[in-house]
Design a protein around this ligand. Structure first.
Ligand SMILES: Nc1ncnc2c1ncn2[C@@H]1O[C@H](COP(=O)(O)OP(=O)(O)OP(=O)(O)O)[C@@H](O)[C@H]1O
Length: 588
């Protein structure tokens, strides 16, 4: 809470206003009880009554009319302040929810790719959505309730104190019991709600992952198995919640017993005092009402504490997320123009605490050349591309563009100059045109169409129902793998980057499409440095230089013709892919 308060200093004025509005409402709320007492006092004592002496109205009927008018005014005021304070609290809760969600999302976007890859998307989603909602639920009504409960004790306490010290002591007797009880419950609830929130995170993680892998689940007819897994996660959540509910539900009965004690005391002793004449009848009735007013609202302490503990479990998760720090931080240098010379100098790289995936890799891609990286699966090709985009930094060695270490550059200076087509093409909710223009939203329709033509995407886009305005889903499900890749290529080249990085850009396409993409690659790579990873060697045979990677090391390099002419892994691979086994035998 303290951390949240510090984080949202800018809302101090709004918080104070909300507290003031709640306070006025609460004061108005207590007045009618006093008026009831005053009314009884009028009936019992007439001309000697409290109202008579204050208002100087001798007639009892007139006194009652006065009381009725005051009551009506107070009632209207209370309703007005009730409206205003609830508006203030709820809007504040919405504002904090909004700010926190946007802040959490912005923070998540700033975290490393490695962080994203190591954590289930659903778990992050559950923090940004559910946990932020949970806090809003508490701020919405919880703070207001806690504050008015405290005020209630003070205000009602003042009325008691002004009337009879004996009764004050008796009526307040249950309060320490309730406070101690609340603290005890708080301690018991806290770990339980932490478990509940963790369970929610696990369900979200599982469901999000399964929705993403629906095709695999169906193809293996694993629906029943997955249902059992999701069911088990949901059951764990239910059990965790049931545990918390058991603890939280026991709270109200305890408070009711304490209340009963306080109420009985006032009823009995106050009555006896009224009979003895040591307490006015009007005041006695007020005190009986007041005991109710003092103690009954405390039954809702349990509910508020429950909300509070749920919210705090969520806040801890949100703050833990906000405490995550990106390891790969941008530099401050911007380059006026990028030629596009790339270099890896004795680079060693790997993932998390795992072993090295790249060992002492050195290579140079002169500006404007097309280089390919080939090698068996798991050789480290994608890992190498990640370094060029600075999705991660090498463990040792340097990655340079135009002789400048990538670590020195701002994100815009680096990634703004690089076009990237990932293995798994991601298309956003929106039209084809919007997807192509993703890297340059201000691009004109003509520019978008030109990029599509260069990427050989125009013919299939124009054949679609709404052409460039056709809506493609989140995963671009309405497009084939090859079509998606060509859209991604169009997207990359519309930025007119100095460096183009293609990861398996042609793996998912047929021969005809591959030929089309090769033509477009020849066109789009003209004048820019292009680094491409490919499994199909036919795609890269025209590259200026091909780097052969095996088990994280550069084992050979040269043009296609040079490499097929000498025995080695490339010649072997070529032989396998072209079906020319003689070459393979020679190579082996
Ligand atoms: N996110 C990751 N976390 C941990 N290890 C990883 C991660 N990604 C890749 N690796 C490991 O790094 C090694 C190289 O993987 P990489 O994806 O770079 O190979 P690749 O040559 O691109 O393979 P492919 O041709 O199959 O795409 C593999 O052993 C792989 O298990």
């Amino acid at each position: 809470m303290v951390q949240l308060w510090a984080r949202y200093r800018q809302y101090r004025a709004r918080v104070v206003t909300a507290f003031v509005l709640s306070t006025v409402r609460k004061v108005m709320d207590v007045v009618p009880e006093l008026l009831i007492g005053a009314a009884i006092d009028v009936v019992v004592r007439g001309a000697d009554s409290f109202v008579a002496s204050v208002l100087d109205v001798p007639d009892r009927r007139d006194q009652l009319i006065w009381l009725a008018v005051i009551n009506a005014v107070v009632w209207v005021l209370e309703s007005t302040f009730d409206y205003l304070s609830s508006l203030a609290w709820r809007n504040l809760a919405q504002q904090v929810e909004h700010d926190l969600r946007v802040e959490a999302y912005a923070h998540v976007q700033g975290l490393d790719m490695a962080w994203h890859e190591s954590r289930p998307t659903g778990a992050t989603l559950s923090v940004v959505n559910d946990d932020v909602n949970q806090l809003e639920r508490f701020l919405d009504t919880g703070v207001d309730k806690l504050w008015t409960l405290a005020l209630n004790i003070v205000l009602v306490g003042a009325v008691f104190a002004a009337s009879s010290w004996t009764l004050t002591l008796l009526a307040f007797l249950p309060i320490p019991v309730i406070v101690v009880g609340s603290l005890w419950f708080q301690r018991r609830l806290q770990p339980r709600y932490t478990v509940v929130r963790q369970a929610v995170g696990r369900i979200s993680g599982l469901v999000a992952a399964n929705l993403g892998g629906m095709a695999t689940i169906k193809s293996f007819t694993a629906e029943d198995r997955e249902l059992v897994r999701v069911g088990a996660a949901s059951e764990a959540y239910r059990v965790a919640n049931a545990d918390a509910i058991r603890a939280s539900a026991a709270f109200v009965p305890l408070i009711r017993m304490a209340i009963l004690a306080g109420f009985t005391m006032t009823l009995l002793l106050g009555g006896w005092m009224a009979l003895d004449g040591t307490l006015e009848v009007g005041l006695y009735s007020v005190l009986v009402f007041m005991t109710q007013r003092l103690l009954w609202p405390l039954t809702s302490v349990g509910e508020v504490l429950d909300l509070y503990q749920r919210a705090m479990a969520s806040v801890r998760r949100i703050l833990a997320l906000l405490d995550e720090r990106p390891v790969t931080l941008p530099g401050t240098r911007s380059l006026p123009a990028v030629q596009g010379r790339l270099e890896l100098r004795a680079v060693r790289a790997g993932y998390a605490d795992g072993p090295d995936v790249l060992h002492d890799v050195s290579l140079v891609v002169p500006a404007g050349e097309v280089h390919a990286i080939v090698g068996p699966t798991g050789a480290g090709k994608s890992t190498l591309l990640r370094l060029l985009l600075r999705f991660a930094d090498p463990r040792s060695g340097r990655v340079l563009v135009d002789d400048v270490d990538l670590r020195e550059l701002t994100w815009e200076a680096l990634r703004g100059r690089v076009g990237y087509v990932a293995q798994d093409v991601f298309l956003f909710e929106g039209s084809v045109a919007e997807n192509i223009a993703y890297g340059r939203p201000t691009a004109s329709r003509e520019e978008i169409e030109l990029a599509a033509r260069q990427a050989e995407a125009s013919s299939f886009v124009e054949a679609m129902s709404d052409g460039y305005d056709t809506h493609v889903g989140e995963r671009g499900v309405t497009l084939s793998g090859g079509q998606r890749q060509r859209l991604a290529l169009a997207r990359a080249i519309l930025r007119d980057p100095a460096v183009l990085i293609l990861d398996e850009a042609t793996s998912a396409v047929d021969n005809e499409t591959e030929a089309a993409i090769q033509r477009s690659l020849a066109e789009v790579s003209r004048g820019r440095t292009t680094v491409m990873v490919a499994h199909r060697l036919s795609t890269v045979r025209h590259a200026d230089r091909i780097w052969v990677l095996d088990a994280g090391r550069v084992v050979d390099a040269g043009t296609h013709d040079e490499l097929v002419d000498r025995p080695g892994p490339y010649a072997d691979l070529w032989a396998v892919q072209t079906g020319d086994l003689t070459t393979e035998r020679t190579g082996a």
